[in-house]
Ligand binder design. Structure first.
Ligand code: ADP
Ligand code: MG
Length: 348
C-alpha cells in the first residue's frame, strides 16, 4: 500500500495525435494562407487572389488559375501524407523544386476547419467540389467552376477550442496574413497576387515580372520611386548573387518589418542579413529608422541550412561573416553609385 505512485503511461488516441500534429503546421490563419499560397504557386498559377474575413478567423479563400486537380486527385490530396511533388526520400535529398512536399497541409487544415475545394484541371471539362469538416470528407460532387482551384477555409479551429482561444485580435491576425502575402508577392513578381480583408482590397500586384512594379503595388509610389537597384555578383565568398531594391536613406519606417530578405527565393528571417543591409547605410539613417529592402541572396544550397519547418523561416549560413560582407558591399555599392552615402562610410 505504501508503494510510490508513479504516472501511468497511456497511448494517445488517433484523434488527439492528429490534433497535436495539426498544431505544428497550422498555428493561425496566416499559416493557412501560407500553405495555400505555396500550393497555388506550385500549381503554376499566374494569378492568385487571397481574401480573408475577420483576420482569417472566420474565412480564408485562396483562388488560383493553376493546373487544377481531377476528381481523383483532389480526393487524394486531402488524405494524410499525400503529395504529387516527391516520390521518396531520394527525391527530397536530390532537392525539391517546389515550395511544398510534405503532403500534410490540406489534410491538416481539413482536420481543424470546414474546408471546401473547388477545382478544375487546365484544359479539362469537369470540375469537382469537395468538402471536409473536422477531418471527414462530407461531400464530393461535380461542380461548374473555372479552371484552377479555389480553397475555402471557414471556422478555423472550430473543433479545437483551446487553439481557437490563442488567436489574437482580428487586426493582429490580419497583420500576420498580410505579411505572408506581401512576402510571396515580392518574391514572385511574375505572378499577380492580391489580398482582400473583409471585402477591402489591400493590394494587388500585376504580375508583370519586375520587382519595382510589385513594390509599387505593395508599398505605394513614394516607396517604389525611392528604391535603388542592387545587383552584385561577389568575386569571392559564399554568395553567388545579391539583387533587389533598397530604399533611399530618408524613406524609412520605425520598424524593421519592411526589410525583407530572401535566400534562394524563399523568404527568411535572418538577423545577419538585416544587419548587413543596415550596416551599408553607415550613419545615413536617422536613429531608430529602418529602410525598405527587398533583397534576394543566392548561394549554393550546400552552403546554407534552411529550416523548412512549416512554421519557421530561419536559415543558418556556413560562412556567416562572408555572407554579411557581401551583402553589405552589394548594398553599399548601390547606395554609393546613387550618391546617397559617402565613400568614407565607416567600417567595412
Ligand atoms: P504538398 O504541397 O506538400 O504536396 P498539400 O497537402 O499542400 O501537400 O497538397 C497536396 C497535393 O494537392 C499537392 O501535392 C498537389 O498535388 C495538390 N494541390 C494542392 N493545392 C493545389 C492547387 N492549388 N492546385 C493544384 N493542385 C493542388
Ligand atoms: Mg502544400
Amino acid at each position: 500500500t505504501d508503494e510510490p505512485r508513479t504516472p501511468t503511461i497511456r497511448e494517445l488516441d488517433d484523434r488527439t495525435v492528429r490534433q497535436i500534429a495539426a498544431g505544428e503546421v497550422v498555428e493561425r490563419p496566416a499559416s493557412v494562407v501560407k500553405e495555400l499560397l505555396e500550393n497555388s504557386l506550385d500549381a503554376d498559377a499566374s494569378r492568385i487572389s487571397v481574401a480573408v474575413d475577420a483576420g482569417g478567423t472566420e474565412g480564408i479563400r485562396v483562388r488560383d488559375d493553376g493546373v487544377g486537380m481531377r476528381r481523383a486527385s483532389v480526393e487524394r490530396a486531402v488524405e494524410e501524407h499525400t503529395t504529387s511533388k516527391i516520390d521518396d526520400i531520394e527525391d527530397l535529398e536530390a532537392g525539391v523544386g517546389t515550395l511544398g512536399f510534405r503532403g500534410e497541409a490540406l489534410h491538416t487544415i481539413g482536420a481543424v476547419s470546414r474546408l471546401t475545394i473547388r477545382t478544375k484541371p487546365r484544359g479539362g471539362d469537369a470540375g469537382t467540389e469537395l468538402r471536409v469538416e473536422g477531418g471527414e470528407v462530407t461531400e464530393v460532387a461535380p461542380a461548374g467552376c473555372p479552371e484552377g482551384t479555389v480553397v475555402e477555409v471557414t471556422d478555423l479551429f472550430y473543433n479545437t477550442p483551446a487553439r481557437r482561444k490563442f488567436l489574437k485580435t482580428t487586426a493582429t491576425e490580419f497583420d500576420h496574413v498580410n505579411t505572408v502575402v506581401t512576402h510571396y508577392a515580392l518574391a514572385n513578381p511574375d505572378v499577380a497576387i492580391s489580398i482582400e480583408h473583409d471585402d477591402r482590397e489591400l493590394f494587388a500586384t500585376e504580375g508583370r515580372g519586375d520587382l519595382r512594379s510589385a513594390v509599387l503595388s505593395v508599398y505605394g509610389r513614394e516607396v517604389a520611386e525611392s528604391m535603388i537597384e542592387v545587383a552584385h555578383e561577389p568575386d569571392s565568398g559564399p554568395l553567388e548573387r545579391v539583387t533587389g531594391l533598397v530604399s533611399h536613406p530618408e524613406t524609412t519606417r520605425s520598424t524593421r518589418e519592411y526589410l525583407s530578405t530572401f535566400v534562394n527565393d524563399r523568404y527568411v528571417t535572418a538577423g545577419v542579413l538585416r544587419e548587413a543591409v543596415l550596416e551599408a547605410y553607415g550613419g545615413q539613417l536617422a536613429a531608430d529608422r529602418y529602410p525598405f529592402a527587398v533583397l534576394f541572396v543566392d548561394l549554393s544550397p550546400d552552403a546554407v541550412d534552411v529550416n523548412v519547418h512549416p512554421r519557421k523561416m530561419e536559415v543558418r549560413f556556413d560562412d556567416e561573416s562572408g555572407v554579411r560582407e557581401s551583402v553589405t558591399a552589394a548594398v553599399r555599392d548601390a547606395l554609393l553609385e546613387a550618391g546617397l552615402i559617402r565613400s568614407t562610410a565607416p567600417r567595412g
